[in-house]
Design a protein around this ligand. Sequence first.
Ligand code: MLT
Ligand code: ZN
Length: 474
Amino acid sequence: MSPAAPELLAGLREILGADGILTADADCARYLSDHRRLYQGRARAVLRPRTVAEVVRLLALCNAQRVGVVPQGGNTSYCGGATPDESGQQVVLSLERLNRIRSVDAANYSLIAEAGCVLAQVQRAAADAQRFFPLSLGSEGSCQIGGNLSTNAGGTAVLRYGMMRELVLGLEVVLADGRVLESLSALRKDNTGYDIKSLFLGAEGTLGVITAASLKLFAAPRAHATALVAIPDVQAAVTLLGQLREVSGDAVTSFELMPRVAIELAVRHLEGVSDPLARPYPWYVLCELSAARAAALGGVLEEALAAALGAGTVLDAALARSERERAALWHLREHIPEAQRREGAGFKHDIAVPVAALPQFVARAGAWLDAHVPDGRLVAYGHVGDGNLHFNVSARPDAVRTEFLARAEDVRRAIHDLVHEFGGSVSAEHGIGRLKVGELERYAAPLELELMRAVKRAFDPHGIMNPGKVLRQE
Ligand code: MLT
Ligand code: ZN
């Protein structure tokens, strides 16, 4: 912890009360490094407001004193978006105590949640009202809705329900100078000028602090049909996806690709995980159909898979016959990042290309890796239904760690240049944070960057909001 100007700390303490501000090293430690341990920051203090009024006052004070503020939710960022820099001059603003569900309106299919609500808490609040909040990701037990909004989180149900941006009706945001943008609308239609709220979605706390959101709810799906399907190649995944969407009337909720190596890593590193199929296959998809009523969902999936088996698109399949089997398949999928982490050194790339271009992209990027990274294995898994793959690479067991890691930059450059050539995105769902500031500069159109910088200056003229994230500090 760096020495803080005493009057700043005194002012913050006066606003937040003694238990609302942490300064001791041991108390602050967990807020100062990111989930992947890429960054180790320092901060003057960690601020833990309980009310919007406190956020208003603390931002006004920090703005007046030009103190950088780093908003933080569940601290599950993959890109270091919520970690302070090493200067020791910034403060972390944890939203964790601003965690009330303010209201649930079942008739309007909406609810209002504060930023610090854990995603699973929002899902439960919706379920308690016989409704459904569809955002779903591996970290849903700890990530917070403010972080989901600020990174425009994706996850495993985007194919059906869209990303976080599409699940938002309104926002409450405290601006850098402490003014509050009250836009907690519950409306689905509102064409009254610029959509200002949407600028905060995906802005990673660089334009203001989201304190609450009005979110869309859906009818709760009561029936699921889930299967782990073995396929020969990535083209088969794209073909099968198209067929399933067609025959099910677009009831495909999730469609997740996994290579053989991902199953092997999961079986090796995760307790209680076994291979759902008797023999190994090159690729797999975990697909799930859902509907409000059981109807003939299971039959639709089984029939489609049987036809695909005949055509050679599908090699084998394990259908979930119970909720327990379904949960086991999802457990396997959602813990692949953890299995990969336990395997050792690796590189992560969160890329997207148009769905139909995925097979060609995987072939070309895979060939490049074979030729240039012989001590690495491609672990490309993810949300193939959205064209989004976690195009990760794990070091082979016999790789020399330092030699492998030394190539991170070259690998990233080659993969991302290829993504760009395919008209894709180098950050499909994890954001820019600190990790990809250079990537955004390299691949975004100059006019787009110019407009982003203009927006940043308009909202945050003194540059106090999450400095150095998304855009380099001016
Ligand atoms: C996932 O889909 O599992 C995550 O987004 C994490 C990852 O990049 O591995
Ligand atoms: Zn993902």
